[in-house]
Design a protein around this ligand. Structure first.
Ligand code: HEC
Ligand code: HEC
Ligand code: HEC
Ligand code: HEC
Length: 237
């Protein structure tokens, strides 16, 4: 308990410092916003992983940014420029996969969305970023900046409509599907485990932790890919 509190107050200091940096920018955005009152309520654009990094790269709270960097999601666009991608593309008469919507659509975040949904400075070339799974993050960033001032040692209560805390399998399947030229069956509980980036300070019971790793299709689970490619009933949920 003691340790928990100490880490949290350290986090608070860091968060407050980060917030102070952000606040100057936030005021600019608010005063130049055309729709008065809409800033806090409606505005929720894609802000990009570089913004999430400001608050989610601390070892004590799970370094979600660092974990993402190690996974191929963060290289998904870059990889479209490499030889294996070019070979896949050649088979489909596509010259440059990085220029082809048919490839880019699943290898970046916020593909094809109108400009007003995307904050200036957002970089699609960073690949499949946090917001592909967690949804647009501007509202969350603003809310956490506001909360930093009166933060306590408790894990904050993050309202459901602030961002997607626990992305659903259906979100993964928007990209992990047969339209991908390199598709392999998507076994949800295996794939979730491969990208997991938990915050060790988030209060969770043993049962809740165990549930994260449970195969949702239980006894009938055929998630393990067999030699023919396997069937992954888990992913149909
Ligand atoms: C101004 C700081 C800040 C920024 C920027 C920020 N977050 Fe957070 N976020 C927090 C804080 C504080 C928490 C509470 C847990 C903690 O202390 O890490 C949190 C919690 C979360 C949670 C867990 C929610 C829950 O219900 O427990 C997710 C998911 C998350 N952030 C994702 C993101 C993503 C994605 C981005 C970028 C789009 C982002 N955050 C940007 C400060 C921030
Ligand atoms: C429907 C979404 C989707 C589209 C469209 C798509 N990809 Fe992908 N791509 C994925 C996913 C998801 C993966 C991860 C594969 C996996 O782990 O099952 C992937 C992985 C890859 C890989 C790595 C292969 C591997 O085995 O890890 C290459 C190379 C690639 N894609 C190239 C392309 C090219 C070139 C195009 C356009 C011709 C393209 N992709 C279009 C979703 C897509
Ligand atoms: C490919 C999808 C995906 C991407 C990309 C992704 N996340 Fe997550 N994130 C998840 C899932 C799913 C969970 C829920 C926990 C689980 O099932 O492992 C989660 C949980 C979290 C949590 C809460 C941790 C907890 O203890 O519950 C935070 C914070 C978070 N993500 C931040 C980020 C940040 C920051 C990035 C980008 C640097 C990011 N995520 C990228 C899918 C993703
Ligand atoms: C916007 C499209 C998109 C979404 C949404 C998405 N992925 Fe991916 N995922 C990809 C692509 C593209 C790759 C392959 C990148 C490459 O190899 O260049 C990939 C690769 C992966 C890998 C291999 C990672 C590694 O480093 O070996 C895992 C595991 C994975 N995805 C799990 C998930 C899970 C779980 C979700 C949902 C919570 C999810 N993905 C959502 C596009 C997506």
């Amino acid at each position: 308990m003691r340790k928990h509190m100490r880490l949290n107050s350290k986090l608070f200091r860091i968060t407050a410092a980060v917030a102070a940096i952000f606040v100057a920018g936030a005021f600019l955005t608010e005063s130049s916003g055309a729709t008065a009152g809409g800033v806090q309520g409606k505005k929720n654009r894609y802000i990009g992983a570089a913004k999430c990094k400001n608050c989610h790269k601390k070892e004590e709270t799970g370094d979600q940014y660092g974990i993402w960097l190690e996974k191929s999601h963060s290289h998904a666009f870059e990889n479209l420029g490499a030889e294996p991608a070019k070979q896949v593309a050649a088979g489909l008469s596509i010259d440059d996969p990085q220029q082809a919507d048919d490839c880019v659509q699943c290898h970046v975040t916020a593909f094809g969305l109108p400009k007003e949904k995307i904050k200036k400075g957002f970089k699609p070339e960073l690949g499949v970023q946090c917001e592909s799974c967690h949804g647009p993050g501007e509202k969350h960033m603003m809310a956490r900046m506001r909360a930093a001032g009166d933060a306590t040692d408790e894990y904050p209560d993050i309202p459901e409509d602030e961002l997607v805390s626990v992305p659903k399998v259906a979100t993964c399947l928007e990209c992990h599907n047969e339209k991908s030229p390199t598709f392999t069956p998507f076994c949800a509980h295996e794939r979730f485990a491969l990208i997991r980036h938990l915050n060790p300070e988030k209060p969770r019971t043993e049962a809740e932790l165990a549930a994260l790793d449970a195969c949702s299709c239980k006894a009938e689970c055929v998630c393990k890919r067999d030699s023919e490619g396997g069937v992954c009933r888990d992913a149909e949920k």
